[in-house]
Design a protein around this ligand. Structure first.
Ligand code: OGA
Ligand code: MN
Length: 195
């Protein structure tokens, strides 16, 4: 069903290591997931784990891990499972499973520049971010900024509904600028460890 999208993602990962696709999936899927994300009551502070506590100075979003709890999340997970199989078939990535969470950034929330995986940590290999917000504009802040390994800025992404970002987790430092209003997304990772 999404063969064209899978092919585009695969080619871009090979050639550039990342891809940004606007209007990636079915229009109605983003709006269904947006409604569900807004209804969800059970968000937890994400923060960054340190030896003794959760540090919210580097990361202010709240998250809710996703399973196939609704038709919409099932459809999203079907898409990502198809992508996982496609990437394994064409690039032999050996991706074992996918984990994903809704994230909400309230006004002022941000996520400092970070990597989703460290070299040779052998867990998160490919990152996805799927955005859910209606009519986001430059004035609303909350952009995703991506950098290359040397730290050079490469790409700014507005978190608009149905925009999908995919990148190699170890290779692209990225950050979320302070959001000017409530901001919803689904962040997910394909992993090569055992669940
Ligand atoms: C993350 C992340 C980016 C975004 O959750 O690790 O970098 O734009 N999210 O929500
Ligand atoms: Mn990240």
């Amino acid at each position: 069903m999404y063969e064209n999208v899978y092919e585009q993602i695969t080619d871009s990962l090979v050639n550039h290591g990342y891809v940004v696709i606007e209007d990636a999936l079915h229009e109605t899927l983003a709006s269904k997931l947006f409604a569900q994300a807004k209804e969800e009551q059970n968000y937890k502070v994400a923060g960054v784990s340190t030896a003794s506590a959760i540090d919210t100075n580097r990361r202010r979003d709240k998250i809710h891990w996703i399973d196939a709890e609704s038709e919409a999340t099932q459809e999203y997970l079907d898409f990502t499972n198809g992508l996982r199989e496609y990437l394994n078939r064409s690039l032999y990535l050996g991706l074992n499973y996918y984990e994903a969470h809704f994230a909400v950034y309230q006004k002022g929330d941000f996520y400092e520049k970070h990597l989703d995986a460290f070299k040779n940590s052998k867990n998160r290999v490919v990152t996805t971010v799927y955005y859910l917000n209606d009519a986001w504009s430059e004035e609303d802040g909350g952009e995703l900024l991506m950098y290359d390994k040397e730290g050079n800025f490469i790409k700014k992404v507005l978190p608009n509904a149905n925009t999908l970002v995919v990148f190699m987790s170890e290779e692209f430092p990225h950050e979320v600028l302070p959001a000017g209003k409530e901001r919803y997304s689904i962040a997910g990772w394909f992993r090569i460890d055992k669940r």
